[in-house]
Design a binder for this molecule. Structure first.
Ligand code: PRP
Ligand code: URA
Length: 209
């Protein structure tokens, strides 16, 4: 089974409280989602392999380290995943960005794919699939199915708030995918919303409430 990491750093917990608050408006919500994504990128990249590289300092020749291994692509699940992209790019600026459009049918909660545009070399890249919410897990599972069908092999899933139901479903469907979340919340309500959660992430990011 792949890794499940709950990133409960104090800064992340503090910022999550801000975006959970229903009185937080769109501007601040968007800024703080990006700030959390930036902090998460630091931790998600912790196991990136390094290789030796010879350089010259102003004083001597020296062997130092540089990032090696597969290059990164960030894959937001539309819409709400877009809110995490800039924060991730702040720390991994050379990453390419692919998009998977997925919405949940409001009655069945089943994911519906409506758009896919990916870098041509996703087989050679490590993919960071980002979406603030992991609720039933349907959207994440379908997005990752879609990426694997197109040849992706190394995938991490990064979210802000996860429900236990979504974690279980994603781990069962894709046991090879590491999951990083800023919070493991209590449960889903009868409408498939995470409790306590933060509401509809896409609507809060884009002001479409
Ligand atoms: C939200 C969220 C996830 C999905 C999670 O998207 O951004 O993609 O729901 O729910 P699930 O785990 O039960 O699939 P939504 O369908 O509201 O679309 P949007 O991002 O366009 O608002
Ligand atoms: N999607 C959201 O945006 N919020 C939830 O709580 C569940 C799914």
């Amino acid at each position: 089974m792949a890794k499940l990491e709950v990133m409960d750093h104090p800064l992340i917990q503090h910022k999550l409280t801000i975006i959970r608050d229903k009185n937080t408006g769109t501007k601040v919500f968007r800024e703080v989602v990006n700030e959390i994504a930036r902090l998460m990128a630091y931790e998600v990249s912790r196991d990136m392999p390094l290789q030796d590289v010879e350089i010259e300092t102003p004083l001597v020749k020296s062997v130092q380290k540089e990032i090696a291994g597969k290059k990164v692509a960030i894959i937001p699940i539309l819409r709400a995943g877009l809110g995490m992209v800039d924060g991730m790019l702040d720390l991994i600026p050379a990453a390419k960005v692919g998009h998977v459009g997925m919405y949940r049918d409001h009655e069945t909660f089943e994911p519906v794919e409506y758009f896919v545009k990916l870098p041509s070399d996703i087989k050679e890249r490590q993919l960071l699939v980002v979406d603030p919410m992991l609720a039933t897990g349907g959207s994440a599972i379908a997005a990752i199915d879609s990426l694997k069908k197109r040849g992706a092999t190394i995938i991490k899933f990064v979210c802000l708030v996860a429900a236990p139901e979504g974690i279980k479903a994603l781990q069962e469907a894709h046991p090879d995918v590491d999951i990083y979340t800023a919070s493991l919340d209590e449960k889903l309500n009868e409408n498939g919303y995470i409790l306590p959660g933060l509401g509809d992430a896409g609507d809060r990011l884009f002001g479409t409430l």
